[in-house]
Structure formats: structure tokens, C-alpha cells
Design a protein around this ligand. Structure first.
Ligand code: LLP
Length: 420
């Protein structure tokens, strides 16, 4: 149930016809369902009710402030990877003690900001980062709760660009090195080894890789405790997959069950960092057909949304279901749905069977809530799309479409190029 459904052949988001929103805000735009987003969070959170835990929503999937406020109100936390995400999370009212920070390239400024904000845990990803944090914590004389993100060397069997827990990936620290660094952390006055973390990849569709990860993480927790460290948090990252086409991902409750079973009662607070599973199917991307272009043997539907708005098809060859905003009794056609950008890689779908569409009609690109707007750009000087949130029979623009002025905001003309 995702609250995007047809009523009399017209696509609705909750109780609002999608076409009515397009009329008001123009196209293209991202459209999120409040009920879906809140339900996904609550179902995920509820699945872990047997274990002390914090669900730290992964901001990178979709950091819109309205969504973050829903997370804050629901008692959730945040998984951040930059100072920018920390700023957003705090601004949306997510308490610092529910924020965890991963990332391979945190700058000293970002680390200082995180320490000053008093966040729950910094997940270190290299020995050099440890040294930087050591220096900062001594200088600031502030207690810093840390973990090491360990690389558990597990193949999550997903797209090569989104696996993160393999030896060849840049993420995390191998256990033999981590164990040594943990001892050094323990000897520090200000650094406190409170947890251990890992994240093995994204869009994971099987429970096996999670089981493997948890089994080895549990061993590591016990080993560190054996050395006298009070490891109280286990951060198992995000990564649970969703249905884009016909995938059958595990349900949150089944995921929670295997976590529970394999972890056992070791008296630990679990940290979870779901992104896609919360927001992916809470959003669609709505775009309008500009032109039908027929070339030898091919039909192109040229729409006003492009790879700068939704890059997943171009970047990962990702499949997103595409549905008409108004169903018509027309013959299906096999088409390429492409954007206006000057790149052959600019497509939303290739050789896709779609209901025949006429110029001016709308389509919704589904499962676009995660890594959609978040990965958008201004390429070809295209203004970034609007974002709209529906709640019941009301809709709210939660981000305005950019203006032409926004495109040049921050640019400066050097004096020698100024016109007299
Ligand atoms: N935690 C960490 C440390 C991560 O690196 C990620 C995602 C997550 C949590 C959230 O993972 P999720 O639950 O969303 O799978 N742009 C790609 C996905 C990149 C994921 C990067 N890390 C895509 O569009 O498929």
C-alpha cells in the first residue's frame, strides 16, 4: 500500500488528484505521500520493538526538511554523512543524541561541528580520521563517543556501485586494524569507544548478507567487551531493498526477526540507518510529455523531466515503473522516455511498453522518493524541480521550483569582465 492509486482512471496521491497538483505547481515535480512515509517509518520502527533501538533515517536518501520533521515527530533519529546533513537534521528538530555520523571523508571542520553539537556517535572510517578526532577531542577537551565502521567483507549481491562492505570498497576498516585502533581509542582521555558500526550495501534483497554481518559484528562486540570496552551500541547500517519492478524484498519484520535471532540478548542498543525502504516508495516524480518523436524504428517520448532530476536510470540503468496520470483506452506502445538534456544517456526508461500518450499528458515515475531529488543537479542549467507533500486531501509545496535567479546565485563577475 503506497497511497498512489487510481480512482476512475485518475492517479491520486492519498486524496488529491495528481493532475490538480501539476496544474498548480507546474511540472516536473516530486510528489511525496505523508501517510506512506509515516507508515513506512512506523512499520520499520515497530518491527524492532523487542530490542532497544534507534531508527536513524538516512538523510542521503531524501533530506527534505518536511520529511525530516515527520521523522523527528515520530521519534526517529538521523544517519548523516556531512556537515550539511547535520545542519539539516538539527534544523528539523532531530535531537543530537539521535544522530550518528558515517562517511570516509569527514573534514576537521565537520568533525568539530559534530562534536560541538554533541551527537550520539561518530563512526570512524580510517586510521587518519581517528588521529584527526584524537587531536580535536584533546584540543576541545570534549568527550567524543565513537565507533569504528568495520568492513565485514560481505557480498550483499547488489549493484556494484552500491556495495560497500567488500574488501575492495573504500568504506570502513578491516577488523584486524579496527581491533588495534579500538585499543588506542580506549587509552584516550576524551574518545570513548561506545559502539561498532557497519553498512554492507544498498537495495539488498536477501537476509543472508545481513545475517553474516550481524554474526561477525556480534563476535567483535564481545571481543571488545572482553578488553574492557563498554560497547553499548551496534549500528548495522541501512540497505534493505524495495520493490521497483518485481523484486520481493524481505519485510521489515522478517529483517528484525533475523537480527533478533542472530544477535541474541547481548544488552545492546541497535542503531538502524534505513533510507530507501522508508522513502523510496513514498514518492513519485511527475513529468509532462512535451513531444512525440518518431525516428526510423523508434518512438521517443520527450518529457520535461530529465537525468538532472532523476539520475538513477542513467547512472545505474535502474528500472522505475512509469504510469500515466490519466488512464486512457489506448494501445500500448514501446517507447524510450527521454528528457531534454543533451546526452544520449538522458533517459528515464528504454524500450518500455507504455500506454500511448499525447503531448501535454502527464506520467508518474514511481519509486522515486529515494535518491531522486537528493541526487538532482542543475546540469544544462535546468532549474531543479519542486517538491510537494500530500497529506489527506491537502498538498503542500515543501520546496519551490528553482528560479532562473537561483541558477546564478553565488556567481561573481570578476571586475575585468564587468560592463561599464
Ligand atoms: N548508512 C550508510 C552508511 C550508507 O552509506 C547508506 C547508503 C545508508 C545507510 C542508507 O542505505 P539505504 O537504506 O538507503 O539502502 N544512490 C544509490 C544508493 C546509494 C546508497 C549509499 N549509502 C541509489 O540510488 O540506488
Amino acid at each position: 500500500m503506497d497511497h498512489f492509486e487510481y480512482r476512475d482512471g485518475k492517479l491520486f496521491c492519498e486524496d488529491v488528484p495528481v493532475r490538480a497538483i501539476a496544474k498548480k505547481v507546474g511540472t516536473p515535480f516530486y510528489l511525496y505521500s505523508h501517510a506512506t512515509f509515516a507508515r513506512h517509518f512506523n512499520v520499520f520502527d515497530g518491527a524492532f520493538s523487542q530490542i532497544p533501538h534507534i531508527v536513524c533515517y538516512s538523510l542521503k536518501a531524501n533530506p527534505n526538511g518536511a520529511l525530516l520533521r515527520i521523522i523527528a515527530k515520530s521519534g526517529g533519529g538521523a544517519d548523516i554523512v556531512s556537515g550539511g546533513e547535520l545542519y539539516r537534521a538539527l534544523g528539523a528538530g532531530i535531537p543530537a543524541d539521535r544522530i550518528v555520523y558515517s562517511g570516509v571523508g569527514k573534514t576537521p571542520e565537520e568533525l568539530r561541528y559534530a562534536i560541538e553539537s554533541g551527537i550520539r556517535m561518530i563512526n570512524m572510517e580510517s586510521e587518519s580520521e581517528f588521529k584527526t578526532l584524537r587531536r580535536l577531542s584533546r584540543k576541545m577537551k570534549r568527550r567524543v563517543p565513537v565507533s569504528i565502521r568495520v568492513n565485514p567483507e560481505i557480498d550483499p549481491k547488489t549493484h556494484p556501485y552500491i556495495t560497500t562492505g567488500l574488501k575492495k570498497n573504500k568504506f570502513g576498516i578491516l577488523w584486524e586494524d579496527a581491533a588495534r585502533i579500538y585499543r588506542e581509542i580506549a587509552a584516550e582521555e576524551y574518545l570513548e569507544p561506545v559502539g561498532i558500526s557497519s553498512h554492507i550495501g544498498s537495495q539488498i534483497l536477501e537476509l543472508g548478507p545481513f545475517v553474516e554481518a550481524i554474526t561477525s559484528l556480534k563476535k567483535m562486540v564481545l571481543e571488545l567487551r572482553g578488553l574492557g570496552m563498554a560497547i553499548e551500541m551496534l549500528d548495522i547500517g541501512g540497505g534493505l531493498g524495495i520493490t521497483y519492478k518485481d523484486e520481493l524484498p524481505p519485510e521489515p519484520k522478517d529483517y528484525a526477526k533475523v537480527v533478533n535471532e542472530n544477535l541474541g540478548d547481548i544488552g545492546i542498543t541497535l542503531v538502524l540507518e534505513p533510507g530507501r525502504v522508508i522513502v523510496g516508495n513514498s514518492g513519485v516524480f511527475v513529468t509532462k510529455m512535451l513531444y512525440v518523436k518518431q525516428t526510423a524504428g523508434k518512438t521517443f517520448y520527450i518529457v520535461d523531466g530529465a537525468m538532472n532530476d532523476l539520475v538513477r536510470p542513467s547512472l545505474y540503468n535502474a528500472y522505475h515503473d512509469i504510469v500515466p496520470v490519466e488512464q486512457k483506452k489506448r494501445k500500448a506502445k514501446v517507447v524510450d522516455l527521454v528528457g531534454p538534456i543533451c546526452e544520449s544517456g538522458d533517459f528515464l526508461a528504454k524500450d518500455r511498453e507504455l500506454q500511448g500518450l499525447k503531448e501535454g499528458e502527464l506520467v508518474a515515475v514511481k519509486s522515486a522518493g529515494a535518491y531522486g531529488y537528493a541526487m538532482s543537479s542543475n546540469y544544462n542549467s535546468r532549474r531543479r524541480a519542486a517538491e510537494v507533500l500530500v497529506r489527506g486531501d491537502e498538498f503542500f509545496v515543501v520546496r519551490k521550483r528553482e528560479t532562473l535567479k537561483d541558477l546564478i546565485r553565488g556567481e561573481k563577475t570578476p571586475s575585468f569582465l564587468e560592463v561599464e
